[in-house]
Design a protein around this ligand. Structure first.
Ligand SMILES: Cc1ncc(COP(=O)(O)O)c(C=O)c1O
Length: 434
């Protein structure tokens, strides 16, 4: 039983994995938070390391038999430090939300005030949404973008911070197309005596490639996922940049007793919010960080930016309304109100044409979160397949032919064939990606 292949042991699950692999191969994957991990990353994830319990940290485990996984975790930590210029990292968070939970546990007491980026303007659930622990346990307040520009106004954020006086000020988004001014955020945090936390889940790959502003010198703590632009396994990570003046300590409660904030954050991951680390995923993170340290990773990220811009240009020319008027990163947020179509309908009909996007609230949306007025479109996954500007312009044209003919099923079918032909020119995985 132990040595049987999946196809033999469990044909039912195997066939579903095969179908999903085919779907990924034949589909225009435009969800901004998704990407395609390499086979090397997936091989590490599917390895015998899944069997190992390793509560604790390298050299300080609660279990025996950790001599090899210790080296794996050290490799992952060292590579991440090099990639982001961090002084300290923890690679154990099972996901982005878990990394964020450890940040809250470290810097906030229940009832403390948070000032975060409004979810309906591009923020994330874990930044104080009332349906998430961050909004249930803490007193969450929000800043958002300006109606006219779709962009953040740092003066307004400063005013809000002075009014709210948060314990923690958070930055980071899942649907914001512009870069952040971290220095200005830090200045605000210092003025009101708040911790500054950046969640770079979406843009970590672009930041690692130094194509976007670097939050690490400014934020007291930075979190990320490892599976979006960073193109690794599904998971999370926490980083601290240089804090030589111990600015964290100066604003922290009991700061006199805390010498090393990395140690406090380590404790907030385990035992604070998690049990045993997923050593197979940590091995896959090490592989992904190794890939990201290669020169071609920067070339890939440069192409992501070029492709997102090419698509933004093509859609704008066809009369689409992009929130903030374009993009500086890997994603576009399209306000479909002038096209008289909701986000849900757009997601569904594009899905029928094998173009996968997600419906998304646009700032000042008049529809509910289940319907929405917009869609979010991202370039990372199709860029991984090797597509460049002409293909992204073509994809924009295919999207338009579906969105302009919302009830024409024949057109959706024809588009699906065109998407399939495009994908065949840019092969992804072999038949089964395991
Ligand atoms: C900004 C941001 N933070 C955190 C997360 C949560 O990551 P995960 O789904 O791995 O928990 C996401 C996921 O979309 C995100 O966009």
């Amino acid at each position: 039983m132990l040595n049987k292949r999946l196809s033999e042991q469990d044909p039912e699950v195997f066939s579903l994995v095969e179908k999903e692999t085919d779907r990924q191969n034949q589909n225009a994957e435009m969800i901004a938070s998704e990407n395609f991990a390499s086979k090397a990353v997936m091989e590490a994830m599917g390895s015998a390391l899944t069997n190992k319990y390793a509560e604790g940290l390298p050299g300080k485990r609660y279990y025996g038999g950790c001599k090899f996984v210790d080296v794996v975790e050290d490799l992952a930590r060292d590579r991440a430090k090099t990639l982001f210029g961090a002084d300290w990292v923890n690679v154990q968070p099972h996901s982005g939300a878990q990394a964020n939970a450890a940040v809250y546990l470290t810097f906030m007491k229940p009832g403390d005030k948070l000032l975060g980026f409004d979810l309906s303007h591009g923020g994330h659930l874990t930044h104080g949404s009332p349906v998430n622990f961050s909004g249930i346990m803490y007193d969450a307040h929000f800043y958002g973008v300006e109606k006219e520009t779709g962009r953040l106004d740092m003066n307004k954020i400063r005013e809000k911070a002075k009014e709210v006086k948060p314990r923690m000020l958070s930055i980071g988004a899942s649907a914001y197309t512009r870069d952040f001014d971290y220095e200005a955020f830090r200045d605000i945090a210092d003025e009101v005596g708040a911790f500054l936390w950046m969640d770079m889940a979406h843009t970590a790959g672009l930041i690692a490639a130094k194509l976007l502003n670097d939050p690490l010198p400014w934020a007291h703590v930075t979190t990320t996922t490892t599976h979006k632009t960073l193109r690794g396994p599904r998971g999370g990570m926490i980083l601290v940049g240089r804090d030589t003046e111990n600015t964290i300590g100066k604003i922290a409660p009991k700061s006199g007793r805390v010498k090393n904030w990395g140690e406090v954050l380590d404790g907030a991951v385990f035992p604070g919010t998690q049990g045993g680390p997923l050593m197979h995923v940590i091995a896959a993170k090490a592989v992904a960080f190794g890939e990201a340290l290669q020169p071609d990773f920067k070339v890939y990220q440069q192409q992501v930016l070029k492709n997102a811009k090419a698509m933004a240009g093509a859609l704008t020319e066809m009369g689409y309304n992009l929130v903030s008027g374009g993009t500086d990163n890997h994603l576009l947020l399209i306000d479909l109100r002038n096209k008289n179509i909701t986000g849900t309908t757009a997601e569904n009909i594009l899905g029928a044409a094998e173009i996968t996007v997600n419906k998304n609230m646009v700032p000042f949306d008049t529809e509910s979160p289940f319907v929405t007025s917009g869609i979010r479109v991202g370039a990372p996954a199709m860029t991984t397949r090797g597509m460049k500007e002409p293909e992204f312009e073509y994809l924009a044209k295919l999207m338009d032919q579906v969105l302009s003919n919302p009830t024409d099923e024949q057109m959706h079918h024809k588009t699906a064939q065109e998407v399939k032909a495009l994908c065949e020119r840019f092969p992804l995985y072999d038949a089964v990606a395991i």
